[in-house]
Design a protein around this ligand. Structure first.
Ligand code: HEM
Length: 454
């Protein structure tokens, strides 16, 4: 019963069931399984040591991965040891190639999607998913015919995981026919994509057979990549609604100057947008997705960490589950002043630079580098480029009114970092059309038509 009640509490109140007592960390709790819940920033960072903490294969916290959605191959994110090193080495190389194309692809995805939105875009969250799919997927797979489609990709990502508790899963009673069709369709598109053979050769050079390499790409790009970027882009977009018009203008001026100077969304232009970067990092701090890291102690060990009352240490037994909350680590007042406030300048200047040591959203510090021998996200740089680039373009050239103000309570597990309430737009329009025409001339006519006909 303990497991069921624990799972129900987590499903019902999400991060708020884990609200820390900052005097303590590594608290024993049942969240669907008995574990140690870790919430302090320094203590959470201790789980990044892969000698001490390993992944539970095919599981994330209260969720498990459906094996038939990965062709039975354990995804890199929950694999360990030598197998993880092969998977991760491959994915790091795939993502570093994608990084070279991601900004051009992002600008094109944002603007070509907007040209189809009209002035009253409905189903805005699905529309934003399409932006992410169009920005990310071609940089990995090249062209695919027919192209990947946002609805089916979302269906796959929803269907790929289920609840760990069989009882709760039976109550949820999902119909998987459509998600299985989506899986087959996506696999077909991956296998006929422009770069498939090259990707398979790359996989081979890392010791991965075709089945394994395909499954790693499928789960990494369609689940980790899409879900990671989509949730955090939506939350960043919604946060724009919570800052003043003057602050929005300040962000706009910075981005516009950089885009004009470099003739588009280039790496050099993004370099010259520290305010946009700080805004996005703060949005990801205030509402990170994913919001936890779930691990298992590889051996009995003593972990040293700091709390408000000073240095502490804790004995963790071999095999004990450790659930590290990035949501609370990013709200630790020991490292982030007034953590409940949204302070978009928090990551500016030398002090803001130093705060990157505590920003753990990517399962590592922002100053760390993903590697085959750690579990840090290999999509970090690509993901940040998509989010920063999209926010820069949206805020600079477009205006919108939401149907209701976004709200974040940390109680809605299914929403992750996204606002509790679905983001719906009442109206959407172009601003600074002359600048848009000058910087992105090939998209301008289509977008101008959108505002006049919508
Ligand atoms: C803002 C967007 C993203 C965020 C916040 C994010 C965050 C994370 C986190 C926290 C982990 C570790 C999970 C854990 O250990 O429990 C992770 C792992 C991973 N992510 Fe991301 N991710 C994002 C985007 C992406 C993208 C774009 C890709 C690739 C297309 C990607 C691919 C992966 C993979 C393959 C792993 C497993 C790493 C390993 O095996 O060591 N992620 N990501």
């Amino acid at each position: 019963m303990g497991n069921l009640i624990g799972a129900l509490k987590l499903l019902g109140w999400s991060n708020q069931t884990l609200t820390p007592n900052r005097e303590e960390d590594f608290v024993e709790k049942n969240i669907g399984f008995p574990c140690r819940v870790v919430t302090g920033n320094k203590a959470v960072q201790s789980v990044f040591d892969i000698d001490l903490f390993r992944k539970e294969e095919f599981h994330f916290g209260v969720a498990k991965i459906r094996k038939d959605f990965t062709k039975g191959v354990c995804p890199s994110v929950t694999s360990n040891g030598k197998i993880h090193e092969k998977n991760k080495g491959f994915l790091i190389e795939v993502m570093s190639k994608a990084y070279g194309e991601i900004l051009a692809s992002t600008a094109s995805a944002v603007l070509s999607n907007i040209s189809k939105w009209g002035s009253k875009p409905s189903d805005f969250e699905v529309k934003l998913t399409a932006v992410v799919v169009d920005a990310l997927f071609p940089t990995v797979f090249g062209k695919s015919k027919p192209p990947f489609n946002a609805e089916e990709v979302d269906l796959y990502a929803d269907g790929a995981i289920e609840l760990r508790s069989d009882i709760l899963e039976a109550i949820a009673g999902e119909d998987l026919d459509k998600t299985r069709q989506a899986l087959l369709s996506i696999l077909g598109k991956i296998k006929t994509s422009e770069r498939y053979r090259k990707l398979m050769d790359l996989g081979k050079s890392h010791g991965l057979g075709e089945e394994e390499a395909t499954a790693q790409l499928l789960f990494s790009v369609v689940f980790n990549g899409l879900r990671g970027i989509r949730g955090n882009l939506l939350t960043s977009f919604a946060r724009l609604d919570t800052i003043s018009a003057e602050d929005r203008e300040e962000l706009r001026e910075e981005a516009l100057a950089a885009l004009k100077k470099h003739g588009g969304l280039t790496p050099e232009a993004l370099e010259e947008m520290p305010k946009i970067e700080s805004f996005v990092l703060e949005a990801l701090r205030a509402g990170p997705s994913p919001d936890f890291f779930s691990t298992i102690a590889t051996r009995s060990t003593t972990v040293k960490y700091t709390t408000e009352s000073g240095q502490r240490e804790v004995e963790v037994k071999e095999g004990e589950r450790v659930y590290a909350s990035s949501y609370w680590a990013l709200r630790d007042p020991a490292v982030f002043d007034k953590p409940e406030d949204f302070v978009w300048r928090r990551f500016l200047g030398p002090e803001g630079e130093a705060r990157r040591e505590h920003h753990v959203i990517f399962h590592g510090r922002l100053t760390d580098t993903p590697a085959a021998n750690n579990h840090m996200c290999p999509g970090k740089d690509v993901a940040l480029s998509v989010i920063k680039g999209s926010i820069a373009i949206l805020n600079t050239f477009f205006g919108w009114e939401l149907q209701e103000p976004p709200v974040w309570t940390g109680t809605k597990i299914a929403r992750g970092s996204q606002p509790d309430n679905e983001v719906k737009t009442k109206s959407f329009w172009v601003q600074r059309p002359e600048d848009l025409k000058e910087i992105f001339p090939s998209h301008f006519d289509d977008i101008r038509d959108m505002t006049t006909c919508g």
